[in-house]
Design a protein around this ligand. Structure first.
Ligand SMILES: Nc1ncnc2c1ncn2[C@@H]1O[C@H](COP(=O)(O)OP(=O)(O)OP(=O)(O)O)[C@@H](O)[C@H]1O
Ligand SMILES: [Mg+2]
Length: 411
């Protein structure tokens, strides 16, 4: 199980060693170096598990533990206290304060892994809380290691498509720090961008701050834009990205990511936070080769094969590789094909997403169909009470294709 884990410890070396083991185990790791920040992060992030150091300057681990248990938002989160060598007193006190388990520093990697596994399993087996179940939206990443395969086109139109199909809160997050294209494709001049977050310490990042950085598009999509100029570009950390995505997924039904073509810390953090990943692929050899590398990176980040869709995007037609040759090279079929369509470049030039244009054409339809199919379980279970035009269109096409899933779901 992939979990969100918070480490509260004032010793950076301890945070790093514990964090490394957990990251390798496929978990998303956050940290705070004091009790106050730890409490704030725990409330905002709602982690699945907390490691809590006993001895910290200011508020000690016992007090943090007590307060976590008193707060209804964090009262059920499993807590592992990190105690000093053979201090029985600390262990007993920790358990009395409401901790679930303890680990004595320094601990062995296998010991840590075993305790995490047991506590996460125990928490998963517990009946769900009757009061306020935390909402969790669907995070969908669009990613390619090769430039120009249509990542921004797919991400932007997918976000617009989801907002139009279901009329629910949708946010597009452009993580391409070297001149992201999403704002251009939506014809938005963002006042704020990711760069305005860069100097913020983790506990200073909250819903209010993020909301103040978003730009709005007429389609209903909110945009967290990337800095557009070299001077504005700023260094973000993987933890900042994980934090922002985690907060956004509690507010937005869909969080769509336009990712850069790299393996940077922030890109890997974004992939790790994603429930679904779409890999656009252009019909040429370099694109095929890099797609294989992307699949490896995803495996490393613990993204399961079932949540990956390869989108063969016919960005050109002359001398394009045959889809059969591509399938043989990849040893898998593309999950969908986006046909070549001259409207795509036109829509970028106009700043009107393809899907909203007068004639979305075959490429727009393909991305709208993708939005329909990748929608949340809740949206797939039953048709909306008042289906939007987009929904009716996509549903009709799905019926024409004899979409088995829909027949099953909608009778
Ligand atoms: N299906 C398509 N038919 C025709 N042209 C397409 C199609 N998909 C994308 N393109 C064109 O390919 C180019 C690259 O698309 P896009 O900017 O979406 O890709 P990207 O992977 O985000 O590129 P970058 O490396 O710049 O981030 C654009 O000019 C776009 O118009
Ligand atoms: Mg792009």
């Amino acid at each position: 199980m992939k979990a969100k884990i918070l480490i509260v410890d004032d010793d950076p070396t301890a945070v790093e060693t514990t964090g490394d083991v957990l990251t390798v185990g496929g978990h998303q790791v956050f940290s705070a170096d004091n009790g106050e920040d730890g409490l704030r992060l725990a409330e905002e992030l709602r982690p699945d598990l907390i490691f809590l150091d006993v001895k910290m300057p200011g508020m000690d681990g016992f007090e943090v533990c007590r307060r976590l248990r008193e707060n209804p938002k964090t009262s059920r989160v499993p807590i592992i206290m990190l105690t000093g060598q053979s201090s029985m007193e600390e262990k007993v006190k920790g358990l009395e304060c409401g901790a679930d388990d303890y680990l004595t520093k320094p601990f062995q990697r296998v010991e840590l892994e075993a305790r995490v596994k047991v506590l996460l399993r125990r928490a998963a087996d517990r009946p769900p809380e009757k009061t306020e179940a935390a909402f969790s939206g669907k995070t969908i990443a669009v990613y390619s290691l090769r430039g120009g395969t249509g990542v921004s086109t797919v991400a932007t139109n997918l976000a617009v498509g989801l907002a139009q199909l279901f009329g629910c809160p949708t946010v597009l997050v452009d993580l391409v720090s070297s001149g992201g294209q999403s704002s251009l494709m939506l014809n938005i001049s963002p006042r704020y961008t990711w760069a305005d977050l860069a100097d913020k310490p983790l506990p200073g990042i909250d819903d209010e701050l993020i909301a103040s950085l978003l730009s709005q598009h007429a389609s209903g999509v909110s945009l967290l834009a990337a800095p557009r100029t070299f001077k504005m570009a700023a260094h973000l950390t993987g933890q900042q990205v994980s934090m922002v995505l985690s907060l956004l997924s509690r507010r937005y039904h869909y969080v769509v990511l336009d990712l850069p073509h790299d393996y940077s810390e922030t890109t890997l953090a974004a992939l790790k936070a994603s429930h679904e990943v779409i890999l656009p692929l252009a019909p040429e050899l370099a694109s095929v080769a890099t797609l294989k590398a992307a699949l490896e990176a995803l495996e490393e980040q613990g993204v399961s094969q079932d949540h990956i869709r390869v989108a063969l995007n016919q960005t050109f037609v002359r001398n394009a590789l045959d889809p059969k040759v591509i399938a043989e090279a990849l040893q898998r079929e593309a999950n969908l094909v986006i046909p070549f369509a001259p409207e795509v470049v036109n829509s970028i030039n106009l700043g009107t997403p393809l899907i909203l244009g007068a004639s979305p054409g075959p490429a727009g339809d393909a991305i709208e169909d993708l939005a329909f199919q990748i929608s949340s379980e809740e949206h797939q279970k039953q048709p909306p009470a008042q289906p939007s035009k987009a929904w009716q269109r996509a549903h009709r096409r799905a019926e024409q294709r004899g979409h088995k899933g829909l027949r099953r779901l909608f009778g």
